[in-house]
Ligand binder design. Structure first.
Ligand code: NAP
Length: 248
């Protein structure tokens, strides 16, 4: 038994990549972990591998979000940790340096819509569906998996680390919006003791970037898990990477 043993956590997009590694590490802390996955079979396989339970959850499908929240309510009656991890770049499994289809001057607006549907509106839909269950937990935590690519401070620095990436009107702005939402949710929920933070996992070797990242999913998940298991004196409304605060 430890402080986390009684906790229930939901990770969206947990069938692979950073979400799956996050689920595995939360389970290792002793939490009961619900792995959200839009494909039932891949969700079940991941859940069996990491020692959690699977729920079908497509963050862009309102009925799916409602059903998952109802399932967690019936089974556990509350939720202690929500990790909004599900995300897409819009360019498919392409290295970020090759993702030229997101250039603002020529981007397909439908692609931008699809990216925001998953990365931004999906966060709002899932968070709001789960908030009644989070409010029943003694110390609820919400972690939004953002990206350094969403940092306006980094993106607007002509000598900064993001200059090697092509400009993006889809993925990067979607993560900037996730950061903005994180601050707004944190401000609303501060009085209720619900800590809400955004994380930058670093450049992680997953399908999303055609395995060009240099961190393992476990390394990328570490900061997510740290924010998901914050104590009562932990921050809210912040943006963190493994090394500490990330500039907005
Ligand atoms: P990944 O391996 O491609 O995993 C993405 C996960 O999101 C998959 O489980 C995917 O499910 C799920 N997903 C996509 N759309 C969904 C939807 N509509 N409903 C539910 N699940 C959905 O990529 P990853 O690198 O682990 O990405 C996880 C998060 O980290 C994303 O938010 C990403 O933007 C962020 N991130 C990654 C990096 C990096 O370097 N890898 C850096 C910064 C931020 P399917 O298997 O069904 O497609």
């Amino acid at each position: 038994m430890n402080e986390h043993t009684q906790k229930v956590a939901l990770v969206t997009g947990a069938n692979k990549g950073i979400g799956r590694a996050t689920a595995e590490q939360l389970a290792a802390l002793g939490m009961t972990v619900v792995l959200g996955a839009r494909d039932p079979q891949r969700g079940e396989e991941a859940a069996a591998a990491v020692g959690g339970v699977a729920v079908v959850l497509d963050v862009t499908d309102a009925a799916s979000v409602r059903a998952a929240a109802r399932w967690i309510d019936e089974r556990f009656g509350r939720l202690d940790v929500l990790v909004n991890n599900a995300g897409i770049t819009g360019s498919g499994p392409v290295s970020p340096t090759d993702a030229l289809d997101q250039l603002p001057s020529s981007v397909d607006l439908d692609m931008v819509r699809a990216v925001f549907e998953t990365n931004v509106f999906g966060v709002i839909a899932v968070t709001n569906a789960l908030l009644p269950l989070l409010r029943r937990a003694p110390a609820p935590r919400i972690v939004n998996v953002s990206s350094g690519a969403g940092s306006l401070a980094l993106a607007s620095d002509p000598d900064g680390p993001l200059t090697r990436l092509p400009a993006s009107a889809a993925y990067s702005p979607s993560k900037t919006a996730v950061n903005a939402l994180t601050v707004q949710y944190a401000n609303e929920l501060r009085k209720d003791g619900i800590l809400v933070n955004a994380v930058s996992p670093g450049f992680v070797d997953t399908d999303i970037n055609n395995h060009t990242g240099y961190l393992t999913p476990a390394q990328g998940a570490a900061v997510v898990v740290r924010l998901a298991s914050l104590g009562a004196d932990g921050p809210t409304g912040g943006f963190f990477g493994e090394e500490g605060s990330v500039p907005w």
